[in-house]
Structure formats: C-alpha cells, structure tokens
Design a protein around this ligand. Sequence first.
Ligand code: IMP
Ligand code: MG
Length: 182
Amino acid sequence: MELRPGKVLIREEEIARRVAEVADEINRDSDGRPLTVVGVLDGCLLFLSDLMRRLSMPIEIVLLRVKTYGNATAPQKKPAISEDDIAVVRGRHVLAVDDIYDSGGTLSALTEALARLGAASVRTCVLLQKEREHAEAVDVDYVGFTVPDVFVVGYGLDYAGKWRNLAHIAELEGVDEGRKIG
Ligand code: IMP
Ligand code: MG
C-alpha cells in the first residue's frame, strides 16, 4: 500500500480567500500595534508567507523548530522548545503560527514558553484545526479551516517530508499497488 495525496479537501483559491480573511481579522484586532510573529517550522512555511504579506502592522518574524520525541510505540513526550530561539519575545505582542492544531501538544508547549519568556501578550493562529478531542486544550484565536480527523498534506503539511509543496490541501490516501495503472 502506497500513501499519497487523494481527495482534495481545500482548493488553492479557498485557501487564498480564507488566509486574506484571517489576516484582516488579525489586522483589526491588532490596531496597528507591532507584532512578533513566531512560526513553527517546517509546516508554517507556505501559510506564514501568504499571511504575513497581508499583515498591515510592523512585524518581526521568529522561526523555530519544535522537536517531539517518541514514536508510534512509545508515548509521545512533551514537545521540546529551545527558549534561546524565542527569547526575543520578552515584552512583545506575539502571534504564534502553526500549520495545524491536532493534539494541541505543540501549541500548548509553545504558548507556555512564550508566556514564561515574558511576552506582553500571546495569540495563536493555525491554518487547520482537526475535528477531534485535543489532548491539550488550547484556545486558538484564529483558525483558517476545520478539517476531519484524517491525515492531510499540502500547503506546508507533509507526510514523511513529502507533499509540502502542493498548492491545495488533500487527504492522504492508501493506493493499492495492484490496481495502479501505468
Ligand atoms: P499537535 O498534535 O497539535 O502538537 O500537532 C503537531 C504537529 O503534527 C503539527 O504541527 C504538524 O506538523 C503535525 N501534524 C498533525 N496532524 C497532521 C496532518 O494531518 N498532516 C500533517 N502534519 C500533521
Ligand atoms: Mg510535520
């Protein structure tokens, strides 16, 4: 069984329209105040690059990687965040941006770290939120789309490092090798 993008869940034009709406909401709420945007790599790449060019306040970008240890057989440990990478947030109004709110582990660890480092305020923004029980409840301020509890790829989201470059969001599907043509 090979896994690859199947059914298109969100088309490119829908993403563009919604990203513009989310940016408008952030602009309205921020009232021109400078914002430090903290993006979680690598998944935020496409979303953040489209979102940031529509933000109208002065912004500063901080990017970080969040490492999650563990695998399918071992319980997932809490995501590890290098506080040195984001220490510049002290006293700043912060918008944390991630590709997807799934279990909530990443966003909750990140918002905790930002608060601990003395951010003046922390708001959160995700492109996608999964329709599932979130192990770690986070109050997400801006959500692009809600998606079913399936594995999705495209527009920054990967499966095993692949499919991030798709312009749309698709469901990852199993393809029966025996039935493949060509
Ligand atoms: P969390 O479970 O909310 O901490 O999400 C952690 C990370 O898992 C996200 O930032 C994504 O990188 C990744 N992830 C979760 N669900 C999906 C998915 O459906 N497709 C691709 N990546 C996902
Ligand atoms: Mg990922």
